[in-house]
Design a binder for this molecule. Sequence first.
Ligand code: AMP
Ligand code: MG
Length: 483
Amino acid sequence: MSAPITFDNTYAQLPANFYTRQALQPVTQPTLIKTNLDLAEQLGVDRTWLLSKDAAQVFAGNELLPGADPLAAVYAGFQFGNWNPQLGDGRALLLGEVLSNTGQRFDLQLKGSGPTHYARGGDGRSPLGPVLREYLVSEAMNALGVPTTRALAAVTTGDMVHREQPEPGGVLTRVASSHIRFGSFQYFSGQQDRESLRRLADYTIDRHYPDLRGSERPYLGLLEQIIEQVARLIANWQSLGFIHGVMNTDNMLITGETIDYGPCAFMDTFKQATVYSAIDQQGRYAYQNQPAIAHWNLMTLAQALLPILHDNEDAAIEQAKATLQTFPDRFDDHYNAHSAVKLGLTPSKVSRALFAEFLALLETHELDFTNSFSGLAGRLESNAPLLATDDWQQWMAQWQTALQDNDDKPAARLRMEQANPYVIPRNHLIEHAIQQAYSEERFDQFDALLKAVTNPFDPGLARSRFAQEPAHDEIVKRTFCGT
Ligand code: AMP
Ligand code: MG
């Protein structure tokens, strides 16, 4: 029989200072909770094997498939604005890379598989809760059309993990275009290791931005591409009311995929200043701050790249500055495109103003972000405001005028239905799924929620419990990293 997964490991061929090879650290009793059959098929994973007992052993980090070359990568990062010169995969293991059926390269990584060289005293493990949360939210993001890492499998380990209380342990198998972070560059820059910095940049260009190969200023081009992808990503987040929660530069991928679903959350009631993460006491990573934080993070990335941008430092700084300055406009373009389509309009000054006023009204009247948008398509003809207040009536009248100036309503409805989901992974439902897993060792709530959040635009779910706002006593106000 051929190997169930065919590995091809280019990161492991980079110099030894990029990572530390790591042996497996088995768990007591691996049990498969979920495998992602669609994703597995795209990755060419053997289906019979996937459903066998062997798969649980592999996804728990108890057994190694032939061809895997497990390693923990090193990186650095600005955490809540503070420089940390060395982080790294403390509880994650890169098994290797696989080529998808479209020839795209993906990392396969175990998260929660035991302490590595970079664990800094941590246990390297993950409670089951964060594993289930990441599975649900990352797969929801993918279904919502947001670039993201994916979940291939989740297992329970049979071991307890000790946090504030003992919790059952879990391991997530994560799939990403790569795990190259802003912090990966920042690590070598911090070491003043220009050679490795250049090596990583070349690797990144080869793997993700091959069109830059042989261009006149490939590293400046790389910075520009990353800025564009991140602008696109953050606009996506804002358009869905998604709050990442830990936008440290070690949690920002250079591909512009969302990574690290720790204390993240989708907003229920809209408020610009919303923060969920219990450790974000200053509100640094509040919803409204995400674009500015992304810009700041890109600035620190540009700084890290300076030594390879130009031999002359002043010239390097000039080029980096000019490129960085493009971020706000790039973000605005993506954001305006999202906001227009959410209102059934084409982007213009008018759509932009209407969107801003809509958000202000949501905040004033403490309305649900997701349901207010998904409810709008039904008001294309009826003209009924969300609330019978003067400000809403005025807004509705302006919106109707804009729609008439624009084009036909069926087209508008179609646009809106493809931009405004009925279902997001709501915090209280995620909590329910985790609670059931903990107290009953059952996963039917998880399964049902996963099914709903991976069909977010299905009108059949509009009246389901998955589309309902939390009852007063169900509202989740705080989320935790769970590390
Ligand atoms: P995060 O904020 O989750 O991105 O984690 C920040 C850093 O802490 C990363 O380098 C992680 O690998 C590391 N880390 C988090 N939790 C653990 C843990 N339980 N054991 C070892 N390292 C950890
Ligand atoms: Mg992280």
